[in-house]
Design a protein around this ligand. Structure first.
Ligand code: PEP
Ligand code: MN
Length: 339
């Protein structure tokens, strides 16, 4: 259950609610917000009676445990959450561009890509070192060596690193090098992994599962936040539908809907969302127009020779052009939102 305090509830009123929760033998979790405080309750076995709290001073609303997600909900925290990665903001009006290869392949490939995307305005570098592949015979990533190359690219360019953590066994190594832990679409409901990254204090980029409803996706985010890690970024990367002309169906319509449901920042992955490099720039423009907090795109110096996801990789000139087209749209949307 969650107790949502009124804007301007006094500290004494907040304490009185917490004292009552403690008196019931339960645990109170204060969830800070720009406008008002919410207090989460854990430890209860069955449902709690809302009447216990609704008439207390300063209480605005009582949300029952039967709500499927709570800590990530907009209801609990009306103001947008901003995830800050080495000083770079994701959310809160900043359009964040994460770019880089699908997989880290060679030193030259990752360093040249990092330098190019940095030069043209990317805020973070992506690159997979541990790759979840549909086939066991496909390239599985350079693993630890890949992480070291990403760290070298960060040193050279200053770009924070976004890289996938595939399982709990490799989490320790990945967390040592990564600035943002990416949870891949196939792992969205790997609950042990969600709990483990929830224990870590690194920001997490949580991709939507290919067949996940928004409710399932937000529940996955709740797993991470419930463990105390509030730094979660949601990433729409396309879902599986009957359509085969695109690799996945990019569900851009979910961006404004998610905005109402959650305070977490939302980014869009038009690379996996379409599977076609020619569709990436138009859908990046659309992502910016939809009000997303950023995009994550795949870029490769020579897509024809890429060891994974070549058909959806932007070439260097394509990335440069994409940035020229997308940044003005993001600026326009921000100007409208601030007006
Ligand atoms: C990736 O980002 O390269 C990736 C494997 O993405 P997803 O988990 O969305 O398929
Ligand atoms: Mn990929």
């Amino acid at each position: 259950m969650l107790i949502v305090m009124q804007t301007g509830a006094s500290p004494q009123e907040v304490d009185a609610v917490k004292d009552k929760i403690a008196a019931l033998g339960l645990t109170a979790h204060t969830i800070p917000g720009a406008q008002r405080v919410a207090i989460g309750i854990t430890g209860n076995k069955g449902g709690l009676d809302a009447d216990l709290f609704i008439l207390m001073g300063g209480v605005k609303d009582v949300i029952r445990v039967s709500q499927p997600y709570k800590l990530v909900s907009r209801e609990v925290k009306p103001d947008d959450s901003v995830v800050v990665v080495n000083g770079i903001k994701v959310g809160g009006g900043n359009f964040c561009v994460i770019a880089g290869p699908c997989s880290v392949e060679t030193r030259e490939q990752v360093l040249s890509t990092a330098e190019h995307v940095k030069k043209h305005g990317a805020h973070m570098l992506r690159g997979g070192a541990y790759k979840p592949r549909t086939s066991p015979y496909e390239f599985q990533g350079l693993k630890l060596e890949g992480l070291k190359l990403l760290a070298e690219a960060r040193e050279r360019t200053g770009l924070p690193i976004v890289t996938e953590v595939k399982d709990t066994q490799t989490l320790h190594d990945v967390a040592e090098y990564a600035d943002v832990l990416q949870i891949g679409a196939r792992n969205m409901q790997n609950f042990s992994l969600l709990e483990a990254v929830g224990e870590s204090r690194k920001p997490v980029l949580l991709k939507r599962g290919p067949s996940a409803t928004v409710r399932e996706w937000l529940m996955a985010a709740e797993y991470i936040v419930a463990r105390g890690n509030y730094q979660v970024i949601l990433c729409e990367r396309g879902i599986r539908t009957f359509e085969t002309a695109t690799r996945n169906t990019l569900d851009l319509g979910i961006v404004p809907v998610l905005r109402e449901m959650t305070h977490l920042p939302i980014i869009v992955d038009p690379s996996h969302g379409t599977g076609r490099s020619t569709a990436v720039t138009p859908m990046s423009r659309a992502a910016a127009a939809s009000g997303a907090d950023g995009i994550i795109v795949e870029v490769h110096p020579d897509p024809a020779c890429a060891l994974s996801d070549g058909p959806q990789a932007l070439t260097f000139p394509m990335f440069e052009r994409m940035m020229q087209e997308v940044v003005p749209i993001a600026n326009l949307v921000r100007a409208h939102q601030q007006a």
